[in-house]
Design a protein around this ligand. Structure first.
Ligand SMILES: Cc1cc2nc3c(=O)[nH]c(=O)nc-3n(C[C@H](O)[C@H](O)[C@H](O)COP(=O)(O)OP(=O)(O)OC[C@H]3O[C@@H](n4cnc5c(N)ncnc54)[C@H](O)[C@@H]3O)c2cc1C
Length: 297
């Protein structure tokens, strides 16, 4: 099916809506760019006047798959964030990822926007990425020769707006681990406004407790919007391991995490302010995950 889209601020567009992957690749070869929910790419088109050839992946059955009940939660490239957020199994299995999904835009936006689109835009401030990192996300791809790859998210994102997707290769789905026994996770961001604003800084944490439910065994930390890509800051949390959570150790951890980031100054926040936000958010997120864990027991 072909049609022309043209609200006044958009360039004239050729939109293709195939129902099989072969046709998707054919349109990509003809210069079309992938469209999932369109919340990033249509904004880009309205500002830059391109792309004006798009191929929508929402007609491909396999990309609508969403399985939140297995050990690895799997989400296809066309699943809207709101579909995921409605799932108890998703929210219980990967709370930090669900927190991130819930932070994106507004309800109307989340009805359209996908997690794969959030990842592929590769914004340093993407809200789902820090949670996905600490939940060991793997990105599954395919190309027109049917070659498939599985890439750890930390290797998939290579810079602002950059991924290691090859020419003509597309993402089919994301897989990420459910919480294990004695584990909990959380994500928080700081923005000027509650909704429809990008993070100035964000932190995701995943905690694993010893059987006593108090002593931390492992802590994974990821920082968003304070570097070219989200940062794995788990090394900063070594001070927390083998001890119950204490304010003194949290301060040392937060300080170490703030040293691992490389924020920029822009019209939204200075680099120094972003570092201070990381210091504050690390403590807040670890405490939130611990409280959630306590409530779950
Ligand atoms: C008003 C507004 C508020 C927003 N607020 C937030 C926010 O708070 N937090 C946040 O993180 N983001 C926010 N965003 C950005 C955006 O909504 C998200 O990044 C969203 O998840 C993108 O998903 P999508 O499905 O709409 O992607 P699309 O716009 O369809 O695609 C995004 C990119 O991914 C590529 N792509 C799509 N599918 C595939 C595929 N299968 N394989 C490879 N590449 C693919 C596209 O070609 C494009 O480059 C906001 C955007 C707007 C307009």
């Amino acid at each position: 099916m072909a049609s022309a889209l043209r609200p006044s601020h958009l360039p004239e567009m050729d939109l293709q809506c195939p129902t099989n992957l072969g046709d998707v690749f054919r349109h990509i070869s003809n210069g079309a760019q992938l469209l999932a929910g369109g919340t990033d790419i249509l904004l880009q088109a309205s500002v830059r006047g391109e792309p004006n050839k798009l191929v929508w992946t929402g007609g491909i059955e396999s990309m609508k798959e969403f399985d939140a009940d297995s050990d690895f939660i799997k989400v296809g490239a066309s699943v809207p964030l709101s579909t995921m957020i409605k799932s108890n199994a998703f929210r219980d299995g990967a709370p930090a990822v669900a927190d991130g999904a819930q932070s994106v835009g507004s309800l109307q936006l989340r009805n359209q926007a996908t997690m794969v689109g959030n990842v592929c835009t590769a914004s340093p401030a993407a809200d789902t990425v820090p949670g996905l990192l600490i939940h060991n996300c793997v990105v599954a791809t395919i190309d027109k020769e049917n070659n498939k790859r599985e890439i750890a998210l930390k290797d998939f994102l290579t810079g602002p707006g950059k991924t290691n997707l090859g020419e003509g290769e597309l993402v089919t789905c994301l897989s990420f681990s459910r919480l294990g026994k004695n584990q909990m996770s959380a994500y928080q961001r700081f923005t000027q406004r509650e909704a429809l604003d990008l993070a100035f800084a964000s932190v995701a944490a995943r905690l694993e407790f010893e059987e006593d439910g108090q002593t931390l065994m492992t802590v994974n930390l990821a920082l968003g919007a304070v570097g070219p890509t989200a940062i794995d800051a788990s090394a900063a949390a070594d001070i927390l391991k083998g001890h119950p959570i204490s304010e003194g150790r949290l301060d040392i951890c937060a300080d170490a995490a703030s040293q691992l980031c490389s924020p920029i100054s822009d019209h939204r926040a200075s680099a120094g302010y972003r570092r201070q936000l990381i210091r504050a958010l690390v403590g807040d997120v670890v405490r939130q995950a611990a409280t959630r864990y306590g409530n779950k027991k």
